[in-house]
Write a protein that binds this ligand. Structure first.
Ligand SMILES: Cc1cc2nc3c(=O)[nH]c(=O)nc-3n(C[C@H](O)[C@H](O)[C@H](O)COP(=O)(O)OP(=O)(O)OC[C@H]3O[C@@H](n4cnc5c(N)ncnc54)[C@H](O)[C@@H]3O)c2cc1C
Length: 400
């Protein structure tokens, strides 16, 4: 039997052990699964077969990455932790009864449940946004955008791309489009951001630097204005301006999935599930909510590394709760944020300080390669080669 075959075989049920269900198997859910030991009968449920590395999906727009570079098979990750993977959409979580039910009627009973369902795209009720703008939330989404851009490039007639949202995702999308197409004469990009500047929560120096890079390029920024409607070929702004658009990309934020409200883990639509600092639901003691879905007492940026830390913490707390022991508080360890701007620049944000250099892209790549290798050891030759090549670039950074 091959190693791969051994690692993907699902373990048998262990009726003698406490049953744990994990809903959602990306950063937070996989981390939780990998930190729950063999003393539990664990079922991990996700609607899709692939773990996806979302922080680099913008690179699918330029073709620097292919979908396979950003995915790992969930069944293998879960099996290598000694647990069972069920590919299914969870329709109902009945916390009081200790069971969840999938859309196909499969029932999973649990003594404790870890909910790691992340967020869902937010279009703020803007007419046409759901139908005519492409979302930017998954590998498939960004791969589809990459293909549409390539089709526009083949047409090579003057085309306009509108990016709705000038936050992290919007700026990273712009950077990748410019990496691949800035020398092409056919493309004009319009970026619309409701805040007064790009990356509204980050230091203003990034906004200034991005604008400097774009001076002389076919890019127009519309800040301090909102989109009011999207049609197949137009984007309307509240200022009255109407932008022509051959491709509209929607990067306008995330909100809480309806499942949290339906499961009684939240009190109103779009509310992240309230949890204690130990990540235990404030509504149901047998449920822990982790990652983006968690509404912590002190809100945190919705970031992958916090999701990983929360998954690990929740696994420990599930074990403690089931043993009747005292829970531990989740203590986030802050990390700098890396914002990529194609091959033009990368920004490292630590508090109010910003370091900028195209070669900092090696840092973002290192986080990707090393974390993927930790999730799915051993570190392969491809990953090692890529890592070495990128680190060969000189790290010359300037402070903004
Ligand atoms: C474009 C983009 C760029 C980003 N860049 C960065 C970055 O540079 N650095 C950083 O730290 N973070 C970044 N983030 C944020 C980061 O990706 C999230 O914080 C992280 O993914 C949260 O992890 P999670 O496990 O809580 O949720 P998710 O990663 O969203 O995973 C939720 C999982 O739950 C599953 N699921 C949901 N509902 C159900 C259901 N009903 N039944 C079954 N399965 C379900 C989904 O299929 C999914 O696999 C970025 C996000 C995006 C979208």
């Amino acid at each position: 039997m091959t190693t791969a075959a051994r690692r993907t075989r699902a373990p048998r049920r262990r009726p003698d052990r406490p049953r744990v269900a994990i809903v959602g198997a990306n950063f937070a859910g996989i981390a939780a699964a990998q930190h729950l030991g063999s003393g539990y009968d664990v079922t991990v449920v996700d609607r899709s077969p692939w773990f996806e590395w979302l922080p680099n999906i913008h690179e699918l727009l330029s073709g620097v990455k292919r979908p396979a570079d950003l995915r790992l098979p969930r069944r293998r990750l879960v099996a290598s932790a000694g647990h069972r993977f069920l590919r299914a959409e969870v329709a109902v979580i009945e916390a009081a009864a200790g069971r969840l039910v999938t859309t196909r009627g499969r029932r999973v009973d649990f003594d404790a449940c870890i909910v790691a369902v992340g967020g869902t795209g937010e279009t703020f009720g803007v007419p046409g946004a759901d139908r005519h703008a492409l979302p930017f939330k998954s590998v498939d989404d960004c791969h589809a955008i990459g293909r549409r851009l390539a089709a526009l490039a083949r047409r090579a007639t003057p085309s306009s791309v509108v990016i709705v949202g000038g936050g992290l995702e919007g700026v990273e999308a712009l950077g990748e489009i410019l990496r691949r197409y800035r020398a092409a004469g056919w493309l004009h990009v319009e970026v619309v951001e409701a805040g007064r500047r790009l990356l509204p929560g980050a230091p203003a120096a990034i906004d200034a630097s991005v604008r400097r890079h774009c001076a002389g390029l076919a890019v127009t920024f519309h800040t301090g204005t909102r989109v009011t409607a999207v049609t197949p070929a137009r984007v309307r702004l509240d200022s009255g301006v109407v932008l022509r658009s051959d491709l509209t990309i929607w990067t306008g934020g995330a909100t809480a999935p309806a499942l949290l409200l339906e499961a009684g883990l939240a009190d109103r639509p779009r509310q992240w599930a309230p949890v204690t600092q130990s990540l235990q639901s404030r509504r149901h003691d047998n449920v822990f909510v982790v990652g983006d879905a968690a509404g912590l007492p002190r809100p945190l940026r919705k970031q992958a590394y916090y999701a990983l830390q929360m998954g690990e913490c929740a696994a420990g707390n599930v074990a403690r709760a089931l043993a009747g022991r005292r829970l531990r508080e989740f203590v986030p360890s802050p990390k700098p944020m890396l914002v990529a701007f194609g091959d033009l620049d990368t920004y490292l944000v630590a508090g109010r300080r910003v370091l900028a250099s195209p070669s900092l892209a090696a840092g973002k790549e290192a986080v990707l390669q090393l974390t993927m290798a930790q999730l799915d050891p051993p570190l392969g030759a491809d990953a090692l080669g890529g890592l070495a090549r990128r680190f060969a670039a000189t790290l010359r950074a300037r402070i903004l």
